[in-house]
Design a protein around this ligand. Structure first.
Ligand SMILES: *[C@@H]1O[C@H](CO)[C@@H](O)[C@H](O)[C@H]1NC(C)=O
Ligand SMILES: *[C@@H]1O[C@H](CO)[C@@H](O)[C@H](O)[C@H]1NC(C)=O
Ligand SMILES: [Cu+2]
Length: 222
């Protein structure tokens, strides 16, 4: 009985861990934190990651290809925006932020080009990852005003490829950027921004881990 209890407890613990994956549900803009999915598109895959490098779900997660009631928040270029998850990120890996300029953020499907505006890699020596509940990014001050999708991507590489498959935890916020900027960046398509041969995708963080390149294009700066 005792061993059964221990087994049942271990199973429950495992299930709880498996069920506790993080979802970026909240967006803070202009210092105001919206409610869950108010300005972030709702995913329909509970808290499962996306793992298919060729899937359109890499854009805004499963279910995030359309707005489904999510509203667009106005934010000044140059100001900081924060994504907050329901539970803190705990799988090691980099965080990247991308934007894509769209006609109407409530209608955009993410098929337009995305440019990277920030990436957070590990700190060496040691290869320590910045695992947080919230991640912030400044909207570049030079970008042209208008509607954008803002995308956060946390790539979990705790189970190294090819034994494990890296996992993408993604959300998209809907922004209307204001300001007097005029810059547009060319960007890249998603999917296609990360390749199975990228060192930042195939990296083994447990074996001689002494340098790391975050996958995707270089960060676009003003
Ligand atoms: C460890 O990594 C360094 C830098 O990438 C490399 O020069 C060295 O050969 C590696 N050592 C082993 C044992 O793989
Ligand atoms: C680390 O640096 C080496 C030598 O430049 C490179 O071959 C390797 O891909 C890098 N590893 C990562 C994970 O970026
Ligand atoms: Cu997991």
């Amino acid at each position: 009985m005792k061993s059964f209890t221990a087994f049942a407890f271990a199973s429950l613990t495992f299930l709880n861990t498996a069920n506790a994956h993080y979802i970026f549900e909240y967006l803070t803009a202009n210092g105001v934190k919206g409610s869950a999915y108010q300005n972030v598109r709702k995913n329909t895959n509970y808290n499962s990651p996306v793992t298919d490098l060729a899937s359109n779900d890499l854009r805004c997660n499963v279910g995030g290809g359309s707005s489904d009631g999510t509203t667009t928040v106005s934010v000044a270029a140059g100001s900081s925006v924060t994504f907050t998850a329901d539970t803190a990120v705990y799988h090691q890996g980099p965080v990247s932020f991308y934007m894509t300029k769209v006609d109407d953020a409530t209608k955009a499907d993410g098929s337009t080009n995305w440019f990277k505006i920030k990436e957070i890699g590990p700190i060496f020596p040691g290869g320590t990852w910045d695992l947080e509940l919230s991640y912030s990014v400044p909207i570049p001050s030079c970008v042209a005003p208008g509607d954008y999708l803002l995308r956060i991507e946390q790539l979990a590489i705790h189970n190294p490829y090819p034994g494990g498959i890296p996992q993408f935890y993604i959300s998209c916020g809907q922004l209307k950027v204001t300001g007097s900027g005029s810059k547009t960046f060319s960007g890249v398509k998603i999917p296609g921004h990360v390749k199975v041969t990228d060192p930042g995708y195939t990296a083994n963080i447990y074996n001689n881990f002494s340098n790391y390149t975050v996958p995707g294009p270089a960060v676009s700066t003003c």
